[in-house]
Ligand binder design. Sequence first.
Ligand code: DC
Length: 207
Amino acid sequence: MIIAIDGPAASGKGSIARRLGAHFGYPHLDTGALYRAVGLAMLQENQNLDDSDAAAKVAENLPLELLDAAEIRTAEVGEAASKVAVHAAVRKALRGFQERFAGQSPGAVLDGRDIGTVICPHADVKLFITATVEIRATRRHKELLARGERIIYARVLADLKVRDQRDATRKEGPLRPADDAFQIDTSNLDIEAAVAAALTFITSQRT
Ligand code: DC
């Protein structure tokens, strides 16, 4: 069973994906980490994030150990990830890895922006996780402070708005719910309630 989870930054999709992976015993891929790793490598190499060819080259030779690096979780790398994610050649370079991950037996959970629409259009379960931008900014701000980053709430909010706009309006694989996605608004839900809503939906799909 493939579970495809999409949604904007800090919507809670990553936490839900991890919990569902643990529940079903499936591996989980945070596909945002792939774009973050490309963004980080580009920053480290002092490359122009708008340079599609350079970004594609990095994506084609992505050092997979970067996926677990703490440095990919900074606000700066999140912004860089969103910028390199605009390039069709980057998305193409990262596609095969995601498709192979999704093809694992007996199942896999992937979260990102275009999983239900582009990477796994035939996923058994598609979820689209949302929350108001203010609530997402509050969550992301807390996370960044906990990681030791010095950043104010207003900056996080402004950055998320820019990122949402860029992710939703790009030509290739824009952030949008698949037509058959089940939407969960986590604005007023804690993680337990959000996972419970997802599991209720998954159970209803399988019976
Ligand atoms: O989920 P995240 O915040 O870690 O993702 C960082 C950026 O990566 C996001 O702003 C857009 C890009 N991304 C994407 O374009 N497609 C995906 N499937 C996942 C992430």
